[in-house]
Design a protein around this ligand. Structure first.
Ligand SMILES: [Zn+2]
Length: 171
């Protein structure tokens, strides 16, 4: 029953473009070890240095009174547009609910949030397309996904990365 609910659940990837105030402290660029392989893959894919903080919402916080993401949230990018202050926070609860496809979640989610933070990608792309009998997001920068859509995106990873590079005018 719990699994069914999870499969049907639509996750939002809310991202902090409507930021309230600057962080109280400078971030230290800490990257949680479990998330690090995905950050490194992003680095390699886009040939960029990532020096922002990437962590779970159950880890110590310096900057916010409330760090915990909402139940429906997978992750957030606090994008201050100031070097080294940006921060990606991932929902630890939702991370752990992805048992069989956690790798897929990690690759998708970290790529999504780092695209916001590193490339200053504002907003989302919620266009959809029909593939066979599936109705799927056209972009990794969709604002909402299901577990199945995360798997679909990973199964067509090269296509989605190339699309994202197109969106970013990446050379
Ligand atoms: Zn987003």
């Amino acid at each position: 029953m719990k699994l069914l609910k999870l499969l049907l659940l639509l996750f939002l990837i809310s991202c902090g473009t409507e930021q309230i105030s600057l962080p109280r402290f400078k971030q230290n660029g800490y990257i949680n070890p479990e998330l690090k392989p995905f950050v490194e893959e992003f680095s390699k894919t886009f040939n960029v240095v990532v020096n922002i903080t990437v962590k779970f919402d159950n880890e110590p916080i310096e900057n916010y009174d409330k760090n915990k993401l909402e139940e429906y949230q997978l992750g957030v990018c606090y994008n201050y547009n100031i070097m080294n202050l940006d921060e990606v926070i991932i929902s630890y609860t939702n991370w752990n609910s992805f048992t069989s496809n956690r790798y897929n979640l990690g690759r998708f989610l970290i790529t999504h949030e780092l695209t916001h933070c590193v490339f200053n990608y504002q907003g989302h792309n919620d266009d959809r397309k029909i593939v066979g009998e599936l109705d799927v997001p056209v972009s990794i920068m969709t604002s909402a996904v299901t577990s199945e859509e995360i798997d679909f995106i990973n199964n067509n990873w090269e296509y989605y990365i190339n699309n994202l590079k197109g969106e970013l005018n990446y050379e």
